[in-house]
Ligand binder design. Structure first.
Ligand code: PMT
Length: 396
């Protein structure tokens, strides 16, 4: 069964009688592994209290677009970036109409415009409202834009009518949400992802390293697993749990990482180099702890092997993707790196901004291929990873 482990689901609840089922939906999403935050429209609060959904989700419920307290903490933009999926259940005829028109007149509709995450709607309304041409047109507009729909189901309605318009059952909605990530786009493919930092030893207790947390690489591994790939992480030292169904090969130094990657290479269709590999290592590793001595000390460093360039130059080369972590002239340096290292794709990552890139939960990147470039707006690393995997899947 598809799951929602490591997924941030932002549940939007609009004002219909089916809002009472949102409580069960929060549980169903959590049962599948999701972290859930809730936005309620004013109408929704006439049917169910924010307190109920706060208690169930374990997080404050967001209700106001212009809320001083929220703007200090998690305002609409933060919520939009946090979400890996915006799921609206129930989605009333009014909300569907406002989304189709691109309105931003309350918190929920504004977040729907502001998020790069996929949007899924579980419509719920009277059967005649569902059949009305205005609703039919609005739903088609949204579906044409790539919005996902689950339901509605048909049957007895709260108003006494019988027909289509009942909100789909919470378990079925949660399953549809999970299935959204299980794309199968890379079914049958074998993917290797390098992640995290490397450590280049100076002596038995000291090393040169960097601030990579591994979050971006591990998010890519989750997206590759969800896309159906056989996935291996070649990981430097990180404090993360690998996604289920991922094989992890732990390494320390750049040389270890290269050795393991080359061993795995004969069984690799796609290679993604996300690790922040040290470019230099100490020329010699001291066998014993270096003693404090004079005021100044000079370290001699030598270049480490370039792992991604070695993979890209292999005779049986996989589709090879690199990252370019830059603090200035990001796109120009990334283009040059793609060319020099012989890559099929490079992900340009501006790491001058400490809120994206190294050790952050969010990222914003530009995906460069030989013939095109595409910016991916700031979003959670999970969302960015899913978009990158989707772009790779189109090429292989
Ligand atoms: O781990 P996080 O905290 O989530 O942060 C994510 C990240 C910022 C580390 C990630 O998004 C990223 O940008 N990774 C690449 C970091 C890097 O080392 O970039 P670079 O521009 O120095 O290297 C270019 C490419 O060559 C990279 O694909 C790198 O993996 C590869 N490389 C570099 C040196 C080397 N000796 N061997 C390599 O394979």
């Amino acid at each position: 069964m598809a799951h929602l482990f490591n997924r941030n689901v932002l549940l939007g609840v609009s004002g219909g009688i089916a809002a009472y089922k949102s409580a069960e939906l929060v549980r169903a999403l959590q049962d599948r592994g999701a972290q859930v935050r809730v936005i309620m429209t004013h109408g929704a609060q006439e049917f169910i209290t924010p307190l109920t959904l706060q208690a169930l989700s374990g997080n404050p419920v967001h209700t106001e677009l212009l809320d001083e307290r929220a703007e200090l903490g998690m305002g609409h933009i933060e919520l939009a970036r946090w979400a890996d999926l915006l799921l609206v259940a129930p989605a009333t005829a009014d909300l569907i109409s406002r989304l189709s028109a691109g309105r931003a007149d309350d918190l929920l509709s504004t977040v729907a415009l502001a998020t790069a995450a996929p949007l899924m709607l579980a419509p719920a309304m009277n059967q005649q409202m569902w059949r009305d041409q205005a609703t039919v047109d609005n739903v088609k507009t949204l579906a044409d834009r790539g919005v996902h729909l689950v339901g509605p189901a048909a049957g007895q309605q709260a108003c006494g009518d019988v027909g289509p318009g009942r909100m789909e059952a919470p378990a079925a909605i949660a399953d549809a949400a999970a299935a959204l990530f299980a794309t199968g786009e890379l079914a049958g493919k074998r993917v290797i992802i390098t992640a995290g930092p490397t450590r280049e030893a100076l002596d038995p207790v000291r090393y040169i390293s960097n601030n990579s947390s591994g979050k971006m690489g591990y998010a890519l591994a989750q997206a590759a697993v969800d896309a159906g790939a056989t996935t291996t992480l070649v990981s430097g030292p990180v404090n993360l749990t690998a996604p289920d169904h991922t094989r992890v090969v732990s390494v320390l130094s750049a040389e270890d990482m290269l050795e393991q990657c080359l061993k795995l290479l004969p069984e690799c269709d796609i290679f993604i180099a996300c690790a922040a590999v040290a470019d230099y290592r100490p020329a010699a590793v001291q066998g014993q702890k270096i003693k404090k001595g004079p005021q100044e000390m000079t370290l001699q460093l030598v270049r480490t092997p370039d792992i991604v360039a070695t993979v890209a130059a292999a005779e049986q080369r996989p589709y090879t993707v690199g990252f370019a972590a830059e603090t200035n002239d990001v796109l120009a340096y990334a283009r040059e790196k793609m060319q020099r290292k012989g890559l099929d794709m490079i992900i340009a990552n501006d790491v001058a901004d400490p809120t994206i890139g190294f050790n952050s939960d969010e990222n914003a990147v530009t995906v460069l291929r030989r013939d095109n470039e595409q910016a991916l707006a700031r979003a959670s690393k999970n969302t960015i990873a899913r978009q990158i995997v989707h772009l790779i899947a189109r090429d292989v």
